[in-house]
Design a protein around this ligand. Structure first.
Ligand code: SF4
Length: 338
């Protein structure tokens, strides 16, 4: 079975309270509002969208740093969405996170040996005398000098620190790694090195990644499939080439049209589309299709009826009443989440 992660109806609503002593919930920020997606073993799913679309909250839910309001997260058949903290502890081995900021995600008072060895100590997977050689092997694996075991994070560059974060994440050979903007804090010249490292480790150990990023070029490079989020929902999910070459959702189209083409000799027929205004607040998402307030293709039905995510081509799902680049026939429809 090549399905590793099966997410169904995933929601995270943050209650908003008002009033003095008797604060009552008046509404909710629907940061994540009904996600359905799957990740196959050994692949990389890219998760993209503007800031505030819910992609970082999704990452926190998948690693159970945050608890879902509703829905299920089946990791290798086990639903980790609502298990208690205690029950989650052994499962935490299976899902690890690489954070955005290598400057703040490593404790400055701990040596590299302590940081990278922490998972072995926490999960008691190795006897004390085996931890140091295991950490040194990991440092070698991520391209660092094993002799630097006793150094502190401030003695390393940004790229090296992210390598330390990666070494910590892969220590226990997790089934799934969530990388939240893994290279966006790094100098452009260093970004490719860290991306290549993630890819090399994936090939060597068959790792599965969910990579959250706002940089569409990075996502294109690293992903096998890509999910586009808008205001807490997935609006399009497809194989990488299918999504980049033939986007079907107007929002995806607009995001891609804003990506500069690196080679000025390469002409693109993709016209630059400027989105109207800012994304609306997830506190009060628009009715019907949430994108209708900014969509140049919107018609009357768009503000009334929410389009379900449907499969319009092999491995290509989109939630739009008037998709672009769509082959004639609808293959399979999914019910709309209530
Ligand atoms: Fe635009 Fe309507 Fe499609 Fe929404 S459903 S993306 S408003 S065309």
């Amino acid at each position: 079975d090549d399905l590793l992660l099966d997410v169904q109806g995933l929601k995270r609503h943050f209650p908003v309270r008002r009033g003095g002593m008797f604060r009552r919930q008046v509404s909710a920020v629907k940061a994540v509002d009904g996600l359905d997606f799957q990740v196959r073993r050994g692949e990389t799913l890219g998760l993209v969208g503007e800031s505030g679309c819910g992609k970082t909250t999704t990452g926190r839910l998948l690693t159970r740093l945050d608890e879902p309001t509703d829905g299920s997260i089946l990791l290798d058949g086990t639903d980790i969405a609502h298990v208690s903290r205690g029950a989650m502890r052994p499962l935490r081995r299976d899902v690890q996170m690489v954070f955005q900021d290598p400057y703040s995600s490593l404790n400055p008072r701990h040596t590299v040996g302590t940081i990278v060895g922490a998972p072995f100590r926490l999960h008691k997977t190795l006897p004390a005398d085996k931890i140091k050689p295991a950490v040194q092997d990991l440092l070698k694996l991520v391209g660092l000098n094993p002799e630097h075991y006793n150094r502190y994070p401030h003695e390393f560059s940004g790229g090296q620190r992210q390598r330390i974060g990666v070494a910590r994440a892969i220590a226990l050979r997790p089934k799934l790694i969530i990388a939240d903007e893994p290279v966006s804090a790094l100098d452009v010249s260093i970004q490719a090195q860290v991306i290549n490292l993630l890819e090399d480790l994936q090939n060597e150990f068959g790792l599965t990644y969910v990579v959250i990023a706002h940089d569409l070029s990075v996502v294109r490079h690293i992903s096998d499939r890509v999910a586009v989020m808008y205001l807490g929902k997935i609006v399009e999910i497809a194989g990488r080439d299918s999504l980049y070459d033939s986007p079907m959702h107007p929002y995806t189209h607009a995001l891609l049209s804003a990506v500069p083409v690196p080679d000025p000799d390469v002409r693109t027929d993709r016209e630059r589309i400027r989105l109207r205004g800012e994304a609306p607040s997830p506190l009060k998402p628009p009715s019907g299709c949430r994108f209708h307030t900014r969509c140049w293709k919107a018609q009357e039905i768009c503000s009334v009826t929410e389009p379900p995510l449907v499969t319009l081509a092999p491995d290509h799902e989109v939630a739009c009443h008037f998709p672009e680049n769509a082959p004639g026939e609808r293959l399979q429809a999914r019910p709309v989440q209530p």
